[in-house]
Write a protein that binds this ligand. Structure first.
Ligand SMILES: C[S@@+](CC[C@H](N)C(=O)[O-])C[C@H]1O[C@@H](n2cnc3c(N)ncnc32)[C@H](O)[C@@H]1O
Length: 250
């Protein structure tokens, strides 16, 4: 497996990302799990352009956002300063983050753990979380529940998944095709970008899949107690039909 793999630049081009990701159905869920005490300190790993970070800060919380893609983080910083929000953003890899503070809540939202391709990447991240979580602190993460029917369909034909205009005026059309690699459990997703009506490039969006029993065990073996496992942001219990795996851990 290519361990130097990187998600294609256009996938995390901040304006293209923001134009595509306007659905906020996870925000209310994360807000419900914020500590009651507004003096609590929150850490968001993989904060991207601040889609969740900014509204949480606006509610009066002290939140730190970490991401390793500078274009995403720059967008987050610009938006925070435009809105007069004082948020600490740190450009760092969540696998190796080391800050002197401990947090009441740490979360990794929006399927971001699918970018941890090897078990060592996941376990290093869990270690970082443990090192930065207060004793009674809460750790939340959400990711997909692997759906083989979806993948088999997605391998058969290219399908259009986005068609919109960005804030900086580019018309974006994205077509998706995928190929599941059983050995590494990576869904090799390709996004074919057409910008302003012309083919631009093929960008990789590899997604390491985590099967339900596997992820439950990894969390437990790494010292986390699973308090709840939900199957959607409405907090229904995880079951056979669930699209998501959402963990509340201590
Ligand atoms: C799906 S986006 C989520 C962004 C944001 N949390 C949101 O909800 O819109 C995933 C983000 O994870 C970041 N990321 C992926 N692997 C990372 C790592 N090892 N360390 C830090 N950031 C990482 C990417 O740069 C990207 O901004």
């Amino acid at each position: 497996m290519n361990s130097n793999y990187k998600v294609g630049d256009l996938v995390y081009d901040a304006d293209i990302y923001d134009g595509m990701n306007t659905n906020m159905n996870d925000l209310q869920f994360y807000k419900r799990w914020l500590p009651k005490n507004k003096d609590s300190h929150i850490l968001e790993l993989c904060c991207g352009t601040g889609r969740l970070t900014l509204p949480i800060a606006k509610d009066g919380y002290n939140i730190t956002g970490v991401d390793y893609t500078s274009s995403m983080l720059n967008q987050a910083k610009t938006r925070a300063s435009e809105e007069g929000l004082d948020i600490e953003f740190i450009e760092a890899d969540m696998r190796t983050l080391d800050v002197s503070e401990k947090f009441d809540l740490i979360f990794i939202p929006f399927n971001s753990i699918h970018h941890l391709y090897k078990n060592e990447d996941l376990f290093s991240t869990f270690n970082v979380v443990k090192n930065h979580l207060k004793k009674e602190g809460i750790f939340i993460l959400d990711c997909f529940n692997p759906n083989m029917q979806f993948i088999v369909k997605g391998e058969k034909e290219q399908k259009e998944i986005a068609n919109y205009t960005t804030n900086d005026g580019r018309h974006i059309l994205i077509k998706e095709i995928m190929r599941y690699e059983a050995k590494t459990q990576i869904n090799r997703v390709e996004w074919h970008y057409y910008i302003n009506g012309k083919f631009n490039s093929i960008q990789n969006l590899d997604m390491r899949l985590f099967f339900p029993q596997e992820l439950d065990s990894y969390l437990k073996w790494n010292g986390f107690k699973i308090i709840h496992k939900f199957g959607n942001f409405e907090e229904d219990a995880f079951d056979n039909q669930s699209d998501k795996q959402i963990f509340i851990c201590q």
